[in-house]
Design a protein around this ligand. Structure first.
Ligand SMILES: *Cc1c(COP(=O)(O)O)cnc(C)c1O
Length: 489
């Protein structure tokens, strides 16, 4: 299968590229994104054929259905990363919370957030392709806390790839920071930045557009790639678990093949939601995808009113920081799929130039056929955490935003799968607060929750607190370039 450009072709770049080209160089014409030129058919006959498959077999089959230019051997190697999850063979447990409510736990990988689902296999593929081509790549990430650890973890000690990760000093949880600064491999660099996540992101943009930095990269023959969800190499792995969760409900006898379900997704950059959308388009019986947000409710506004307006908005820091976002990149791929490249280019340039775009009535109607959306405040999220803790289930503050969608957006009691994107251990101070536990630090909060709720802290998390700190650089924005040049030399 070929990949084409969401904003059309500028006559300089190729009009269509292979999967491997799209992931090595994810930037398309006019600042657009690569999208698949079509989707495979994964409707009832496909679902019934693979009903009893294990996760890796299903994943292999879906990747093959996209007809990507990656060898079988490499696909198998990439999928073997799921063997390192808590339950090899069942990397994404789907658990029942109520008769019509299920949770798909996407956080059983090494860094305890759903980013591992895609980044673990993606890292194997990207670094192997780089090695085969004898090319060197630099991946730079600005992280608010989950992308950083997952990116470092997947690329550590891999050939032909260097990773530099910028995080806002003081802007992440202790666990998230320790996951980054204790990561010990010569191809990794972690830099704390004085400032908030916005400052960090801005600093990365400035660096990437600086001509002497670019000159240095080309002198060293280093290519830039990206490991965030603008890279289709991540999206493809985020289609699989939506199909798997559906098949789990069939296997449990909750639904029969062909019945519809609701999917609820705590959304930020819309990668997870896009995976669900592609699954639905490919034939998975999904009644609607319900988008949960926090008070940075730009997606709620878009899906309810058809307006994407960031003119007056300021990013608000919340207890679900991975969803603190104003420019949600993957919405663009839905726009492309529904309205085509010309209209997508028009809408995205309105956003870039004026900070706002408006869908027309028909476009909004089309969007609402697949999506509905709602947002929660931190206080509402804490109440949800407390309510489920009483039943013995601990969820993180991102997952907690899903419950309002479950309660308020459904037309009937169609079985619903919410997607849990992080383990509670990554946000233990917020969870402690929700449970009325006073704790000064993450470790104190975790231990208290663990003993009160009788749930274990995974070794990987507890060990972090006694590991050596490898990366202790914290700098002002202006000094990032110097640090980077040292790292590359
Ligand atoms: C990244 C992340 C999200 C948002 O996912 P998107 O695919 O960017 O919408 C939600 N929750 C957690 C915990 C995350 O790490």
């Amino acid at each position: 299968m070929q990949f084409i450009e969401s904003r059309g072709n500028d006559g300089i770049k190729k009009e269509a590229v292979s999967f491997s080209e799209a992931i090595l160089d994810p930037s398309a014409s006019y600042g657009g994104l690569y999208v698949p030129e079509s989707l495979p058919d994964m409707s009832i006959s496909f679902l019934s054929e693979y009903l009893m498959s294990d996760y890796k077999t299903l994943a292999y089959t879906i990747l093959r259905a996209f007809d990507i230019d990656i060898s079988d051997e490499l696909i198998y190697q990439a999928l073997d990363r799921y063997d390192e999850f808590d339950e090899p063979g069942n990397p994404v447990p789907v658990k029942k919370l109520k008769d019509d409510l299920f949770v798909s736990e996407l956080y059983h990988g090494p860094t305890r957030a759903f980013k591992d689902m895609a980044l673990q296999p993606f890292g194997v593929i990207l670094s192997t392709l780089a090695k085969e081509r004898d090319e060197n790549y630099l991946i730079m990430a600005a992280t608010s806390g989950d992308t950083g650890p997952a990116t470092l973890e997947t690329f550590k000690n891999r050939d032909n790839i260097k990773v530099a990760c910028l995080y806002p000093d003081g802007g992440t949880s202790d666990v998230q920071r320790l996951q980054m600064v204790t990561e010990d491999a010569p191809n990794l660099k972690v830099i704390g930045v004085n400032g908030n996540f916005d400052d960090t992101q801005q600093a990365l943009k400035t660096l990437l557009s600086s001509s002497d930095f670019k000159a240095e990269l080309s002198r060293k023959n280093i290519h830039l790639s990206a490991a965030n969800s603008v890279n289709f190499g991540r999206i493809i792995f985020q289609i699989i678990y939506h199909i798997y969760a559906y098949l789990e409900l069939v296997r449990k006898g909750t639904i029969t093949l062909g019945d519809e379900i609701y999917i609820v997704i705590p959304s930020g950059n819309f990668g997870n939601a896009l995976g669900a959308y592609y699954a639905k388009k490919a034939g998975l019986p999904v009644k609607k995808i319900l988008i949960a947000s926090n008070v940075n409710n730009i997606l709620t506004e878009l899906i309810n009113e058809g307006v994407y307006d960031i003119r007056e908005r300021k990013l608000i820091l919340t207890e679900s920081p991975a969803m603190d976002i104003l420019k949600s990149s993957n919405v663009e791929r839905v726009l492309y799929d529904k309205f085509g490249a010309k209209r997508t280019n028009e809408l995205m340039s309105e956003l870039d130039n004026n900070g706002i775009y408006r869908l027309n009535e028909n476009e909004l109607k089309s969007l609402r056929e697949d999506f509905d959306a709602i947002y929660s405040t931190d206080e509402e999220g804490e109440k949800v955490i407390a309510e489920f803790a009483k039943e013995g289930y601990i969820m993180d503050p991102h997952t907690a935003t899903c419950l309002k969608a479950y309660k308020e957006l459904r037309d009937d009691d169609t079985p619903t799968v919410i997607h849990s994107t992080a383990e509670w251990t990554k946000f233990s101070k917020t969870v402690a607060k929700a449970l009325g536990i006073k704790a000064e630090s993450d470790i104190e909060a975790m231990k208290e929750i663990s003993s009160r709720m009788k749930i274990a802290i995974p070794n990987k998390i507890e060990e972090l607190f006694s590991k050596d700190v490898i990366h202790n650089t914290v700098v002002n924005k202006d000094d990032i370039k110097k640090e980077m040049l040292e790292f590359l030399s």
